[in-house]
Design a protein around this ligand. Structure first.
Ligand SMILES: Nc1ncnc2c1ncn2[C@@H]1O[C@H](COP(=O)(O)OP(=O)(O)OP(=O)(O)O)[C@@H](O)[C@H]1O
Ligand SMILES: [Mg+2]
Length: 325
């Protein structure tokens, strides 16, 4: 650990729609260290997926990255040509999605697709690629790997398809694996199996993982550090222990309260009132102030900056800025 494998600085990704520029990601800065799992949490629409697609170079028109840097082992990926990016995507940085059919091609057999990745990126011969593909299917604990090898994606169950996509994503031993809600669509027991496989990948390959999820239980189980996103920005970043023990941002505190808890045998769910503002209609000042019970009249005038409160703990909130306490 320690060396940043990925350093994202001031990332801005906007969608130029008929109604104006949608600033989905608006100045996101974080680093992903070697071998660590960084969780990204935040409500729907906060910009988590757009952040990850920006990193891997998959933003499509009318979206465009309008600012910032994405440094991977020192190179700014935003400066690379698509042909150079294609050599990195799927080999050095790969992605798993909530819906495996986003990544798997419906018209090719699973084995063929994984084998192609190995042959393209690692210049393996067919026989070697075939052998490695079977090993990968075993590694992700697909039942009957030989038969899965010859199956089309639609012939597998959702959980098996998810495993096949993970096998394809880790085929070239990527330095970074981006997982966008990898277990959200799965039922609880299959979720747990997929998380276990991801842990084994971290242990065996030392990959860094950017793990996007709504699920704080998944964060608690998997992440070393966490970045909390709200309305296109990071509002808090710290290690996972501090996140649960001493969250500072009122939004993070609200998110933690909104996870279901068993209390007197009743499940209670306190959610944060209101909803994430639409990027076309961002509140002035702090973007969270209309929903924040601590907001003062300063909060609708001044935009807070992400500041380091303690070593490794950053917060974007005027409550913690000098002169506002
Ligand atoms: N193609 C697009 N055109 C216009 N706006 C877009 C487009 N894609 C995303 N957005 C907007 O960008 C914002 C962030 O979207 P994003 O998909 O990153 O959210 P998210 O945090 O991943 O949410 P979820 O938890 O629901 O997956 C949203 O307001 C969304 O409407
Ligand atoms: Mg998303």
């Amino acid at each position: 650990m320690n060396q940043p494998t990925l350093q994202v600085t001031g990332l801005q990704t906007h969608f130029f729609t008929g109604n104006g520029a949608v600033k989905s990601v608006d100045g996101v800065t974080f680093s992903l260290l070697e071998g660590e799992t960084l969780g990204i949490v935040g409500e729907s629409g906060s910009g988590k997926s757009v952040t990850s697609l920006s990193i891997i170079g998959l933003i499509e028109s009318p979206g465009r990255i309008v600012g910032g840097e994405v440094r991977f082992l020192g190179r700014d990926l935003l400066q690379l040509k698509e042909s150079e990016m294609r050599k990195i995507r799927g080999k050095e940085i790969s992605m798993i999605f909530q819906e495996p059919l986003t990544a798997l091609n419906p018209v090719f057999r699973i084995g063929h697709q994984i084998q192609e990745v190995l042959m393209n990126h690692n210049q393996l011969h067919k026989a070697d690629a075939e052998r490695q593909t079977l090993e990968l299917l075993k590694k992700v604990k697909i039942s009957r790997p030989e038969s899965a090898y010859d199956s089309y994606p639609h012939e597998l169950s959702g959980g098996m398809r998810q495993r096949a996509m993970i096998a394809m994503a880790i085929a070239c031993k990527p330095k970074i694996l981006i997982a966008d809600e990898p277990t959200t669509a799965l039922d609880v027991s299959i979720q747990a199996q997929i998380l276990k496989i991801m842990k084994e990948i971290i242990r065996d390959e030392g990959s860094s993982i950017l793990l996007i999820t709504h699920d704080l239980g998944v964060i608690a189980e998997m992440a070393d550090r966490v970045a909390v996103m709200y309305a296109g920005q990071i509002v808090e970043q710290c290690d996972v222990y501090t996140l649960f023990k001493a969250p500072k941002h009122p939004y993070t505190q609200g998110l933690l309260k909104s996870t279901p808890k068993l209390h007197n045998n009743e499940e209670t769910l306190d959610s944060i009132e209101g909803s994430v503002p639409h990027p076309l209609n961002m509140p002035v000042g702090c973007r969270f102030h209309p929903r924040c019970s601590y907001a003062t009249d300063k909060c609708n005038q001044n935009e807070p900056q992400l500041r380091e409160l303690e070593s490794g703990h950053q917060v974007r909130c005027l409550l913690y800025e000098n002169g506002f306490q």
